[in-house]
Design a protein around this ligand. Structure first.
Ligand SMILES: *[C@@H]1O[C@H](CO)[C@@H](O)[C@H](O)[C@H]1NC(C)=O
Ligand SMILES: *[C@@H]1O[C@H](CO)[C@@H](O)[C@H](O)[C@H]1NC(C)=O
Ligand SMILES: *[C@@H]1O[C@H](CO)[C@@H](O)[C@H](O)[C@H]1NC(C)=O
Ligand SMILES: *[C@@H]1O[C@H](CO)[C@@H](O)[C@H](O)[C@H]1NC(C)=O
Ligand SMILES: *[C@@H]1O[C@H](CO)[C@@H](O)[C@H](O)[C@H]1NC(C)=O
Length: 405
């Protein structure tokens, strides 16, 4: 989701000590780069405590530890990070939020594909020229790539991809799916939002699978996953209109299913503020959707920053039995991923937060700023896109491999 990054880079993120806790004595051996936060130690703050006023700019870092590090809330987080976790920055660009969304790991070439954020400076400049709310502003957005093999201890070499004009404002990605990268795009100006396949190899040719709902345009497609049935599920929200790169919404924010063979599309879930990230449990029976209404046209932290869980109907694949899975304490839950054990990872306002399949917060990969998305890159590795930086975490957990590589 684009607006999150715009806000975070324009304001200094404060780490905020709710309590002046010293490091809690952990009832287990603490792995390196980690702290244990014992829940009873902050359960009661008292009448004169400094409470957090903002979920975005005052993060929960009671030990005042310098990021990046692992925050452990539950001992079972140890099985996720393992005995010798390590998290480090591998790329940065102070002037351009190049590492943003749609990460896909292609294990055949050991490469990570991802998209940059748009340059809000360009959008603002274009808006200044045309004072009316505008579309088709020239904005910077590039698809990039780096090879994990050539990540040295401190650096990843990033290459820019030249994608066809049909691929505009890439915001979600998954796969590889049958040999191609599977992206969803916001579209831009008159160019419709789309579900598109891109060749991971040169010349990176693309095939658009879908760009409308019975002749009506989507608003701005945000994220995508492939279900074990082979069907493609994606979310549509209103961010691109808020960012002035798309016309006002003409269809509700909702979740769709595309049958890639029959090319039929239907709605599987509705009633959201801003349906954003999407993921399925390993068996495909549970769907997770993050709803990020608190960070949309306005910032309003009384609105949703919530991951909902649904049962996927066996026959129709409609999402049934909506329930609250987790509400994040920091910013919004953006991209979501599930590991082989069913634990759920979301990019949030302070880093990557991890819950077990019952929605219990186990711990965080605490980065100290908003994370739009991340991706498992082989067993025990995760690449985290942090806007102006990329982090690599070496952990124990494994991501779900692509189902139809
Ligand atoms: C809170 O602060 C007020 C004003 O300084 C003081 O009178 C009161 O005793 C404090 N309460 C606690 C529990 O410290
Ligand atoms: C940062 O990104 C900008 C825009 O792509 C590029 O011109 C510049 O060279 C980059 N800086 C570094 C240090 O990579
Ligand atoms: C300003 O609006 C005009 C007319 O709608 C359009 O042709 C032009 O591309 C716009 N300029 C910018 C910078 O968006
Ligand atoms: C790219 O072009 C090749 C050769 O024409 C074709 O086989 C392949 O399906 C194309 N891939 C995509 C994603 O369009
Ligand atoms: C929804 O919940 C009800 C009650 O637990 C259950 O009987 C039903 O099977 C669930 N629906 C799906 C699609 O799993």
């Amino acid at each position: 989701m684009m607006v999150s990054l715009r806000i975070v880079i324009s304001l200094q993120v404060l780490t905020y000590a709710v309590l002046s806790l010293t490091q809690n004595a952990a009832p287990f051996k603490l792995p390196p780069q980690s702290v244990f936060i014992d829940s009873p130690s902050f359960a009661v703050l008292g009448e004169n405590a400094t409470f957090r006023q903002s979920s975005l700019f005052q993060l929960f870092n009671p030990t005042n530890t310098t990021p990046p590090f692992f925050q452990i809330f539950d001992q079972s987080f140890l099985s996720i990070i393992g005995p010798s976790p390590f998290i480090r920055e591998i790329a940065s660009n102070n002037t351009f939020p190049f590492a943003y969304e749609a990460p896909i790991f292609n294990s055949k070439t050991n490469e990570v594909f991802f998209s940059s954020s748009i340059s809000m400076k360009d959008v603002d400049a274009a808006l200044a020229v045309n004072s009316t709310s505008t579309i088709n502003v020239p904005v910077t957005e590039v698809c990039l790539i780096f090879n994990l093999m050539v990540v040295t201890a401190t650096h990843a070499f990033i290459l820019q991809l030249d994608l066809p004009e049909t691929v505009q404002m890439t915001n979600g990605g998954t796969g590889p799916f049958k040999g191609s990268l599977l992206f969803v795009t916001n579209g831009r100006g008159p160019r419709p939002a789309s579900v598109v396949l891109v060749n991971p190899l040169s010349p990176n040719n693309a095939t658009v699978l879908l760009d409308n709902f019975f002749g009506r345009q989507f608003n701005s497609l945000d994220d995508v996953k492939v279900h074990p049935s082979g069907n493609i599920f994606f979310t549509d929200l209103t961010i691109a209109s808020i960012d002035h790169i798309r016309p006002p919404p003409l269809i509700p924010p909702q979740v769709y299913r595309l049958d890639p063979n029959a090319r039929t599309v239907r709605v599987v879930a509705t009633g959201f503020m801003e349906p954003n990230g999407i993921a399925f449990s390993p068996d495909g029976e549970t769907a997770y959707i993050s709803d990020t209404g608190s960070l949309a046209a306005t910032v309003d932290q009384t609105k949703t920053a919530t991951i909902f869980a649904f049962d996927v109907d066996k026959k129709t694949q409609a999402f049934k039995n909506r329930s609250v899975f987790a509400y994040t304490d920091a910013g919004i839950p953006d991209g979501i991923h599930v590991d082989t054990k069913g634990n759920v990872y979301a990019g949030c306002g302070d880093g990557v937060q991890v819950w077990n399949d019952e929605g219990t917060l186990l711990g965080k990969f605490f980065i100290g700023s908003s994370i739009a998305n991340m991706i498992f890159t082989g067993d025990g590795r995760m690449v985290i896109l942090a806007g102006n930086k990329i982090f690599l975490a070496n952990i124990a957990a494994k991501g779900l491999p692509p189902l139809f590589p």
